[in-house]
Design a protein around this ligand. Structure first.
Ligand code: TXA
Ligand code: MG
Length: 341
């Protein structure tokens, strides 16, 4: 299959391109499209055959459910049993990077929810995404657009690397704004819980749900996780990736020394501290100047390690607050070694 890429203005999407994409969705095909978080791999959420294709092309385990994307509040009643307070809460952040969990209705095939009786729902902010859902006339089930286990796609090119020849269309709306996925919350349980930190910060949620907690992010094989996604390794590059915790100047010193020691392996540094001037003979990827920038560029930086065939890389750490919480969540999952100094 030939994969077509259509460039589209995220602020003023061309309706001809949208209707071409929407027709593919209506026909049960899979289309990649930008959201404000990461690219999504979308299909008609009410069509089990279409959704099956998502799992196949992504290589996604069948027991990991998908998020259903909507463009209007009225759509909630079609797919889930509304809980007025939860929807009221979602409205504080929608359209935006928040996903809520509600009891599902039969119109959503079991495949979407991996057999759970709940469905994850999100109203994204990106205009291409909203207009596409509207033109398709159905809610769109979409996981992040990456092969299972890889960093989520944040540019059309990254999506193309993973799905070239496997899907008919990628809508190229440029690099995604936020760069990490939505925050997934379950408010049906007591106390309410953040299943996955993401684009909406813990601090912002806490203002509305003072007793909200965070699900344990590392689960053993013997445990039943609060969200199926927690079982799987994510975002991992092929290289050895070592995350270094500790005071910023100590991280700096340790990483520089280790890079000298391992210099025959041509190590890389993913630098999260703009003030760190690593020696110029080392390979340094400065991810960003602010936490927002780092969040936006993180997945591309992880993919860059694979592109350059890196054998070993060190990644600095930041405080786990505000955007730093989601950033460190992704880094901890991506890294295969942790060092505290
Ligand atoms: O920002 C995002 O959320 C992106 C864009 C495309 O919207 N989507 C995304 O989807 O990141 P995905 O499939 O990569 O991650 C969905 C997460 C998984 O960890 C999954 O286990 C969890 O949501 N999830 C989905 N349905 C659930 C449910 N009913 N109960 C608990 N967790 C659920
Ligand atoms: Mg994903």
């Amino acid at each position: 299959m030939k994969t077509k890429i259509i460039t589209i203005d995220p602020n003023d999407p061309d309706l001809k391109a949208i209707s071409y994409a929407a027709n593919l969705i209506k026909k049960g095909e899979v289309v990649a499209f930008p959201t404000e978080t990461v690219y999504g791999l979308g299909a008609d959420a009410t069509n089990a055959n279409a959704v099956k294709k998502i799992f196949e092309v992504k290589g996604r385990p069948r027991d990991n459910p998908l998020i259903v994307h909507i463009c209007q509040y009225e759509q909630i009643a079609d797919i889930a049993y509304g809980t007025a307070e939860i929807i009221q809460f979602a409205k504080k952040f929608w359209p935006g990077p928040l996903t809520i969990i509600l009891k599902k209705k039969d119109i959503i095939p079991n495949l979407v929810t991996a057999g759970l009786d709940t469905v994850a729902i999100r109203m994204p902010k990106n205009k291409v995404a909203l207009v596409l859902i509207d033109a398709s006339g159905v809610p769109i089930a979409a996981p992040s657009a990456n092969l299972s286990g890889k960093p989520s796609g944040t540019t059309a090119d990254e999506v193309y690397q993973d799905f070239r020849g496997k899907i008919p269309l990628i809508l190229d709306g440029g690099k995604t704004e936020i760069g990490v996925e939505s925050t997934v919350v379950n408010l049906l349980i007591d106390p309410p819980v953040i299943l996955r930190p993401g684009g909406v910060t813990y601090e912002a949620l806490k203002k509305y749900v003072s007793n909200i907690t965070v699900a344990k992010q590392k689960v053993d094989d013997s445990e039943i996780p609060l969200s199926p996604g927690l079982k799987y390794r994510h975002y991992a590059p092929k290289s050895r990736l070592i995350v270094v915790f500790g005071k910023h100047d100590k991280q700096f010193e340790y990483i520089n020394n280790e890079c000298l020691r391992l210099k025959d392996k041509n190590p890389y540094i993913l630098c999260l501290h703009p003030e760190h001037e690593h020696p110029s003979n080392l390979n340094v990827i400065k991810i960003g100047l602010t936490l927002r920038d780092i969040q936006k560029n993180l997945f591309s930086a992880l993919r860059e390690l694979d592109k350059r065939n890196v054998q070993v890389a060190f990644v600095e750490s930041v405080e786990e607050k505000e955007e730093g919480f989601a950033i460190m969540n992704r880094i901890k999952k991506a890294a295969n070694e942790w060092v505290s100094i």
